[in-house]
Design a protein around this ligand. Structure first.
Ligand code: PSU
Ligand code: MN
Length: 303
């Protein structure tokens, strides 16, 4: 494993000292936001984690190495290259590593590398899930399988309504993944605080979430935990407006025959186009909010 994994000095020191570490993904940098906002946001999220008392570990594949903890110039490199970097899910790791190539890590791959490095808390924006129309396309994100097998706690703002949220929850239930609402009984839908679907459990403090995760791991139940954290009220978007944009984006993707790993990046970019800058600033704010909650959970876990 040593030859594949590279943990940055700051992350290694924190892990050795039993200090809290929060993992961050890199697909959100290269495929989720435009340059230069992607790089600015990634650095701002790292700073928010440091300010709240943990060490950030942004995760990516660079030159065939599984990296836990990037330098600012590595973040800049991934952000500038953007979609030219391979979007790397579980199935992409073998060939990227063998070729010595770069990869931007999805939620699934970030969980894998975080776990290899010994990091158990990870903050992101939204997870992949069961796509609308999956009953015929079978387009179900590998993120869900990973949540079912890899012991990492993922903090997100729920899932975007580009997905079928009901089927996504059913899939997580089948895989035995606890879906926690932080201070809410309803699954948040990324840009909005509500979705009409219920989470499994509402927990109101980082300490309660940390105890549930600790119990899951000590019982060796396998798999991760999904903590859904609603976007702060002041940044949430008008549901009618965002849902109209999402419906239009899904229809465009169908018409253009977009499929496979292109689907999620296409839908994210199209929704952004259709809503102007508003969806981007909401996106940045919810990631910061998730990073702060993940830091509080990571601190509770090591105390
Ligand atoms: N959903 C979002 N923003 C994102 C993604 C999903 O709202 O940036 C990214 C994440 O990296 C996630 C990936 O892991 O897309 C899922 O892609 P796919 O559906 O191809 O598995
Ligand atoms: Mn897919």
């Amino acid at each position: 494993m040593k030859e594949y994994l590279e943990i940055s000095p700051a992350v290694k020191a924190a892990l050795l000292a039993g200090e809290p570490v929060v993992a961050l993904e890199s697909t959100i940098i290269s495929h989720g936001m435009p340059y230069p906002q992607n790089v600015e946001t990634a650095l701002q999220v790292e700073a928010a984690i440091r300010d709240a008392g943990a060490v950030p570990a942004t995760i990516a594949v660079i030159g065939g190495k599984l990296k836990a903890g990037l330098t600012a110039s590595e973040i800049e490199y991934l952000g500038k290259k953007g979609p030219a970097v391979t979007k790397a899910s579980r199935r992409d790791l073998p060939v990227l590593v063998a070729r010595g190539a770069d990869g931007a890590c999805t939620v699934a791959t970030t969980m894998i590398i975080a776990h290899l490095a010994g990091i158990s808390v990870f903050a992101t924006g939204g997870i992949g899930g069961v796509h609308r129309g999956a009953e015929t396309t079978m387009d179900i994100s590998a993120d869900l399988e990973e949540l079912g097998r890899t012991p990492v706690l993922v903090v997100c703002a729920g899932a975007k309504a580009i997905l079928d949220l009901g089927l996504t929850l059913e899939y997580l239930e089948t895989k035995g993944v606890p879906v926690i609402g932080y201070g809410t009984e309803e699954l948040p839908a990324f840009y909005t605080r509500t979705s009409g679907f219920k989470v499994d459990y509402r927990l109101d403090t980082p300490e309660e979430i940390a105890s549930a995760f600790r119990a899951q791991q000590e019982m060796r139940l396998d798999g991760g935990m999904l903590v859904t954290n609603p976007i702060p009220e002041e940044y949430s978007m008008d549901p009618a407006r965002i849902n109209a944009a999402i419906d239009e984006a899904v229809a465009d993707a169908r018409r253009l025959g977009i499929h496979g790993k292109e689907t999620t990046p296409y839908l994210l970019a199209r929704v952004k186009e259709l809503t102007g800058g508003d969806s981007l600033s909401a996106n940045i704010q919810l990631v910061l909010n998730n990073a702060r909650l993940a830091t509080r959970i990571a601190r509770a876990l090591v105390s």
